[in-house]
Design a protein around this ligand. Sequence first.
Ligand SMILES: [Fe+2]
Length: 339
Amino acid sequence: MRFDRTRRRALASTLGLLGLILGLEPVPAYASEVLIYSARHYGQEPAFEAFTKKTGIQIKMLSGSTGEMFERLKAEGERTPADVLLTVDAGNLWNAARAGLLSKLDSPELAANIPANLRDPDNRWVGLTVRARTIMYNTTKVKPAELSTYEALGDPKWKGRLCLRTSSYIYNQSLLATMIKRSGEPKTEEVVRGWVANQPILINGDTKILEAIAAGQCDVGLTNHYYLARILAKDAAFPVLPFWANQQTTGTHVNVSGAGVTAHAKNRANAVKLLEFLSSPEAQQMFADVAFEYPANPQAGTNPIVAKWGKFKQDDINVASAGEFQAAATRLADRAGYK
Ligand SMILES: [Fe+2]
């Protein structure tokens, strides 16, 4: 007991020191709390406040990039004070699970609230919000009838009119990874070669892509839907709209932000309780709304700005394929000359 307490105190001060280095408040470790390592930084989380109000369990959060949180969990090993890893993109959750950083979630509630394709098949993480990565177009220059699929962005008519995120970022890697899972590498490579032949303007950031489309630097692009919703919330006249890709075929590519309980969580029961709460319709709406994402629980409502774009067919492939084929997607992008 005494050893535990001493060790815990030492950890708390180590973490406090790390927090100070990162310019963050020290994070003390109490029994009735959940400590989240978060790489999902889309602002305040009213859902966490609602959880604390309901349960009395405090939420502590340490934020950083996905890479930082991953490395920290790995370095801390069984001494980690983190109970939950919260991050964006199934590819990142998959990587954390593969590195042994997450533990199994045996929760009938999570299984009931979150569709199976948005959860780890091995139950080590769960998607909590859904983001669609789809075609964005300039409404003054492109008619929706000219658009159809991701594949068709390789049509020569889009030469010099296409903006793409650089291939080094996980969002397009995950899109390609799920394509590989669906159609295999040769077909996916053909698609990417088609995009590259159209000499896309490569941009490092989804918001910047949307701004480039609005400014007429390009007419179409691929981004996550919520970046557009964020802009529209401030500027309703922004001349860009989403087109739901692949509605006649595989459905629009979706990904998740989600969470898992760490392999060495000290507050495991509370951590599971938090994830269960976040998957409930009540919390889902709050949690998704903060970032204009879609709730993963189909019982929950969607933010009005996003709801205006209508319902669409989502690719129902398990989002874990984003992790499974990430390395293959990166190699494929290299081969196809997609920088
Ligand atoms: Fe994002």
